[in-house]
Write a protein that binds this ligand. Structure first.
Ligand code: PMP
Length: 409
């Protein structure tokens, strides 16, 4: 057969259909919806407070990352309103061109001083921070080494980089050392979550720092769930371990303790200056809106001035750890206000979430690939503003539902 014919026959086999076919075939979510077991995109008709309204009904929220309860703090709301009055609702452009306001620069100075680094740079979402920073820093001859359980935005940042991406087993320091040895002669960046977002455990920063020093790697910590929560003064995972000077880059989002939407990276002045001119998700995307910038600025002041909020958060966290464990639930390795309840099979977790909803409790479901297969979770997370009464209702609901589906005795 001549080569033309071979090509023609291959083309015939590969004949295109419709790129949307996969959408027409996608029925996973539809099946859950038809069984009344779909726990995603639930519509809330109120603020992210300990009590929310869903379908006109009051529920207790244990699925929010509003750890310090600051999205409803009067000073935070007032700051946002005042910023809208002065600057309007949007910046209509990127930080790089027309979108840098004086309040962006002031917030960067405030964040740098809060994190105790030379400089900070703010982005419009935390996700964009990880995309922009990792892809800017990791070039084609470099290696980025990440924990298997790192957040999706870190993984996507690595995908956008031109370097090699290597994953080590979750919080497994000998596996990290294996990779560091293998890539000893390359420039290396280690990126870990400070607090892992699904199971609430903390990165083994002391050993990561020691290994990074030994093998000449730089460290970036995504502290989305650590800032405002961990450390003596709420500065996050590095402060928790007394390692603020040893971590090169600290990333944070505003979508958790900082009561808004957006994110930042902080580090040495030269590194931030470089990122500022290379991070595409910063340069080619509009800057954070004034209301968000002002909310974060107010939230930082409250974190400094109202340490009792963090104490309340930890009091609530301790109560729920004890309460859930005493009931017989397996709560996994968490050390933070993210408390997962290990359920096992995905279907059981979907059923459990819906039963909890029936009991007036909003909790999240986590299934693979966010967790390993067969380790589906109900992910709960707590706020400084939950009262004992709220938490007692939650524990009662968990007890009733846990017994009914047979994961506690
Ligand atoms: N990193 C971690 C660990 C997160 O949990 C999240 C948010 N779920 C992000 C990054 C992304 O942050 P944002 O919501 O601000 O885009």
């Amino acid at each position: 057969m001549d080569s033309r014919l071979v090509q023609d026959s291959q083309m015939a086999v590969k004949k295109s259909t419709d790129i949307f076919d996969k959408c027409f075939r996608f029925d996973k979510a539809k099946t859950l919806i038809s069984h009344g077991l779909y726990p995603y995109f639930r519509v809330i008709e109120s603020a992210q407070d300990p009590e929310i309204i869903m379908n006109g009904r009051k529920m207790i929220m244990v699925g929010s990352n509003n750890y310090l309860g600051l999205t409803s703090h009067p000073k935070v709301k007032e700051a946002a309103i005042e910023a809208i009055k002065k600057y309007g609702t949007g910046c209509a452009g990127s930080r790089f061109l027309n979108g840098t306001l004086d309040i962006h620069v002031k917030l960067e100075e405030k964040l740098a001083s809060f994190i105790r680094k030379e400089s900070a740079l703010i982005f419009s979402t935390g996700f964009q921070v990880n995309l922009g920073v990792i892809s800017a820093l990791v070039g084609k001859d470099d290696v980025v080494i990440i924990d298997k359980m790192d957040h999706a935005s870190i993984i996507d940042g690595c995908r956008l980089s031109f370097g090699e991406v290597k994953k080590f087993k979750h919080n497994d320091m000998s596996d990290l050392e294996r990779l560091l040895t293998e890539y000893e002669d390359k420039d290396k960046l280690i990126v870990v979550d400070g607090v892992f977002s699904m199971e609430g455990d903390i990165a083994n920063l002391p050993e990561i720092v020691a290994l990074a020093k030994k093998y000449g790697a730089r460290i970036m910590v995504d502290d989305a769930h650590g800032i405002g929560v961990l450390g003596k003064t709420g500065r996050g995972t590095a402060e928790h371990f007394g390692l603020e000077d040893e971590v090169d880059l600290i990333m944070g989002t505003y979508s958790k303790s900082l009561a808004s939407i957006g994110g930042f990276i902080s580090g040495s002045a030269d590194t931030i200056h470089y990122i500022k001119h290379l991070a595409r998700s910063l340069i080619f995307s509009a800057s954070p809106p004034p209301a968000s910038v002002a909310s974060v600025s107010a939230a930082l002041e409250i974190i400094e001035n109202e340490p009792e909020r963090r104490e309340m958060l930890w009091k609530n966290t301790r109560k729920m750890f004890k309460g859930l464990k005493d009931l017989g639930f397996e709560v996994g390795p968490s050390q933070t206000p993210i408390i997962p309840i290990v359920v096992g099979e995905d279907e059981k977790a979907f059923i459990m979430a819906m039963m909890l909803q029936e009991e007036g409790v909003f909790a999240n479901v986590v299934v693979s690939p966010a967790v390993p297969n067969g380790r589906a979770l109900i992910r709960t997370s707590y706020m400084a503003t939950h009262t004992d009464e709220h938490l007692d209702i939650v524990l009662k609901a968990f007890e009733k539902v846990g017994r009914k589906i047979g994961i506690i005795g």
